[in-house]
Design a protein around this ligand. Structure first.
Ligand code: NDP
Ligand code: 8X3
Length: 257
C-alpha cells in the first residue's frame, strides 16, 4: 500500500514499543522515516531491517529529547530534502515509579517532566516552524488515559500526560490557521517496555500490571495513528482515547482469574 508515499515522518522513541510499531506501520505505507531514540544500536538495526523489508528511505540517529542543544543541532542540520517533515509523532516518553507523592523521588519527577513535557516541546519547537512555513503538517502526540484521569500513585506521570493534552490543544489553537493538523492518541494499557521501565527492570512486577487482561498491543496504537494521519486533508482527528476492552477507565480493570 502507498498511503504515505512521498511523505516524511519523524518519530521520537522509535527504538521500542509504540514508536517502533508506528515506524513499521508507516514503512508499510512507503513513508520516508526519520527515526530517533537514545539506544542507537537497536535503532540502527531496526532501520536497516525496515529499509530491506519495505525498500523505504530511513534516516536514524541518536537523540535524547531532553537535550535541547542536541535537538536543535540534529534537526537544523537535516539535509534539505529531509526537512520537509509531513508527520511528527511525539512518542518518546516514560513513567518512573509508582509512589505516593510524599514518598516520590524527585529525580523520577524530573526525568518524567523533562522527557514527556519538555522533550515534546523541544522537538515540536524545532519541527513546527518548518511545517508552518509550508502550511502543511501533522503532529501526533502520544498522550495517555493518564492525561484524562489521575490514579493513585500516578501523580507526576499523570500530570505530564495532562500537560501533553493541554499542549495538544495549545498547538492546535496556535497553528490551525496555518493548516496544521494536531492529534493526541491516548492509550490505556499497552504491552511494551513501559512497565519494566517504570519499575526499573523489575519484569516480574511489570508482568503483574497486565495479569488476567488482554492489553493493547503497540500495533493497536500504530494502526490508530496511521488512521489519523491518512484522513483527507480537511479532516483533523483531535483526540482518540483507546483502551483494552477489559479496561473501562484507568482504575476499572476487569481481570480474569
Ligand atoms: P517503551 O518503553 O516501549 O518505549 C518508549 C520509547 O521512548 C523508547 O523508544 C525509548 O527509547 C524512548 N525514550 C524514552 N526516553 C527518551 C528520551 N529521553 N529521549 C528519546 N527517547 C526516549 O514504551 P511505550 O512504547 O509504551 O511508550 C511510548 C509512549 O506511549 C510514551 O509516551 C508513553 O507514556 C505512552 N503510553 C504508553 C502506554 C502503555 O501502557 N505502554 C499507555 C499510554 C501512553 P530509548 O530508551 O532508546 O531512548
Ligand atoms: C500509560 C498507561 O495506566 O499506566 O500511560 O498510566 S497507565
Amino acid at each position: 500500500m502507498d498511503q504515505l508515499k512521498n511523505k516524511i515522518a519523524f518519530i521520537t522513541g522509535a527504538s521500542s514499543g509504540i514508536g517502533k510499531a508506528c515506524a513499521e506501520e508507516f514503512a508499510k505505507e512507503r513513508a520516508s522515516l526519520i527515526l530517533t531514540a537514545r539506544r542507537v544500536n537497536q535503532l540502527t538495526e531496526f532501520s536497516e531491517s525496515l529499509k530491506k523489508k519495505y525498500g523505504v528511505k530511513v534516516l536514524s540517529f541518536e537523540l535524547d529529547v531532553r537535550n535541547l542543544n542536541d535537538v536543535k543541532q540534529s534537526i537544523s542540520s537535516l539535509p534539505d530534502e529531509w526537512k520537509k517533515i509531513d508527520i511528527l509523532v511525539n512518542n518518546a516518553g516514560l513513567a518512573r515509579g509508582l509512589d505516593k507523592i510524599y514518598e516520590g523521588k524527585t529525580e523520577d519527577w524530573e526525568e518524567m517532566i523533562d522527557t514527556n513535557v519538555k522533550g515534546l516541546l523541544f522537538v515540536t519547537r524545532q519541527i513546527l516552524p518548518l511545517m508552518v512555513d509550508r502550511k502543511e503538517g501533522h503532529i501526533v502526540n502520544i498522550g495517555s488515559t493518564a492525561g484524562h484521569e489521575v490514579y493513585p500513585n500516578g501523580n507526576v506521570y499523570c500530570a505530564t500526560k495532562y500537560a501533553v493534552n493541554a499542549l495538544t490543544q495549545g498547538i492546535r489553537l496556535d497553528t490551525f490557521e496555518k493548516n496544521i493538523r494536531v492529534t493526541t492518541v491516548d492509550p490505556g494499557m499497552v504491552l511494551t517496555e513501559f512497565s519494566s521501565v517504570r519499575f526499573s527492570g523489575d519484569t516480574a512486577r511489570a508482568a503483574k500490571v497486565y495479569e488476567g487482561l488482554k492489553p493493547l498491543s503497540a500495533e493497536d496504537i500504530s494502526a490508530t495513528v496511521l488512521f489519523c494521519v491518512t484522513r483527507p486533508p480537511h479532516v483533523n482527528i483531535s483526540e482518540v482515547l483507546i483502551t483494552p476492552t477489559q479496561q473501562a477507565s484507568v482504575a476499572y480493570v476487569h481481570r480474569k482469574k
